[in-house]
Design a protein around this ligand. Sequence first.
Ligand SMILES: [Zn+2]
Length: 290
Amino acid sequence: MNISQAALASIALSALLYACSSAMPDAARQPGATSVERMYVIECGENHAKDLSIWTSPADKGKAYVFANHCYLIRHRAEWFLWDSGHPDMITSMPNGVTNPRGTLTVYMKKPLAESLKEIGVTPADIAHFAMSHSHGDHSGNARLFARSTIYMQAAEYEATYGPDPLKLGIPPANFESLREARIIKLNGDHDVFRDGSVVIKSTPGHTPGHQSLFVRLPKTGPVLLSGDFVHLTSNWQAKRVPSINYNAEQTIRSMNGMESFLQATGAILWINHDAEQSRAIPKAPAFVE
Ligand SMILES: [Zn+2]
């Protein structure tokens, strides 16, 4: 690891100190009607927290927790859509992971995302569509691999990411340097990616200014909502609890309430990205879910 890589890792890690309705076409509501063939849930690192209470409540003071972290690769007809990009692949060469300066969090990446994609038979160049739930380092670590994809970002997240002080919001600017010339579609709300209701970006601000989640209609499993970090744990979801590190607590509650109504309306199940217990029950790549 050279100096610039070390700097990059440290910047990516600093983000973890902080982190870590538009009309739906009728087709989206019809059970079984989808153009999505399958989805791969890829292990994209782990966040080892020393004090879970930062994300939950004072009752968890001093309690350790290992957050799961995933990337999701979706096959839609003949195209690939990638959701989130995990921790930087270079962390795989660091057996002790990367610990933040305060020593409260250590992050690991066990297998490079590029290698996980290769096992599936996909290269970054094959990914036509790419979006991140938000710009924090555990979701944007490998964004640079997808500079040739069409990228979907909320305008508010774009402004936070390329604005004057991304680090203040826990966003590592180094992860986004190579995307400056990329084709980035700036969104102001929900977006039906393929215009058939099968893959829909949902605006869920609060954790960051332009946080977003992803609705995916799977052929056998049915509709699933991929949380991003609008909620971190099932216990937080049940208690409608907002982590102390969130950008805006009021927005977060509004997003949670909005998604609760959305889940009821669509019958979708909620897959919470960082929830380790829930993650254990979900098959991981190179296996896939249908
Ligand atoms: Zn996260």
